[in-house]
Ligand binder design. Sequence first.
Ligand SMILES: C[S@@+](CC[C@H](N)C(=O)[O-])C[C@H]1O[C@@H](n2cnc3c(N)ncnc32)[C@H](O)[C@@H]1O
Length: 327
Amino acid sequence: MSKKKSESGKTSEKLTRLDIDEELRKKILPFCRLKKGEIWKDPKGKHKVGVLDATSISDTKKLFSKENAQLVINDPPYNVVVGNANTQNLSKIDIDKYIEFSRKWVSNVLSVLDEDASLYIWLGADQNDGFQPLPEFMIMMREFEDLKTRSFITMRNQRGYGTQKNWMSVRQELLFYIKGNPHFKVVYTEIPKILGGYYKEVNGKVTDNFERGKSGFIRPGNVWVDIQQVFYRMEENVPGAYAQKPLKSISRIIEASSRKNDLVADFFSHSGVTLLASEMLGRKCYAMEIDPVFAELSIRRLERYRKTGKYGWQWNNPFPEVLRMKD
Ligand SMILES: C[S@@+](CC[C@H](N)C(=O)[O-])C[C@H]1O[C@@H](n2cnc3c(N)ncnc32)[C@H](O)[C@@H]1O
């Protein structure tokens, strides 16, 4: 990897992106407790994390044995280059190959879904490249007749990308599918300020919808504007993770689409957000991650939460064995 490329993927975090800093990866790998094909079993008997490949059916069987998941939340690589860094974890490949990759992991998900289950998939649409891979992915999903489309959610990011000559791209797409007739519980959120301004005259006085509403809460609907994107000042920040989803978004999905003690699965664990949210909400979680560094991060994040109650490291270092933080 050229130096220039590594630099272009830099974030404002004090620990560089763990997928592109080869030197740092080499130092961290000996401290990762799992090697390819291995599975960590929670000493409390709840969760599992494996350095496994989501596209492999034997890896999938190894993790689940005969158990079925009531909810799967997957955030695969999007096939959209982020921060100009083309890395093995976040690279851009030919769309046909990407769909082939997707077809494999979706079929593995199907092999472990319970009779009544929900599947959520985060995806992107590259506005600079025919909006791939979203449309191709959606059409491919029609091959799986057991799955029904349920909702097409968009989450708003605070930071975006784009030039002065275009609309800044701030969207994250989230597809919701179901199999059978799964549980769904309506969740509520505080009314975000952005939704104010629906004016009406009441008794001669013009009021906006905040003033008229009796409750400070609304249903989030399928456009989520009330979730803060993760950045390095937040407690939930996991330094080195480059594609971290907000804990609030994953907790919302888990609360709406699963019950206590259900099995929640994530085939692309990364920062371990699904594992953490499952622990917090009393669910069991099985997670896969192809990269031993991110599998280790996921486990450490859970252990840290159990020990300190913290959701992440903010700007502290998740691998204190290998380096001191720069100031
Ligand atoms: C977009 S990130 C997931 C982000 C995660 N939802 C979070 O909030 O932290 C995708 C992750 O999938 C992993 N990955 C890529 N290919 C994989 C595969 N075939 N099997 C399992 N994990 C894979 C990458 O290493 C990366 O950590």
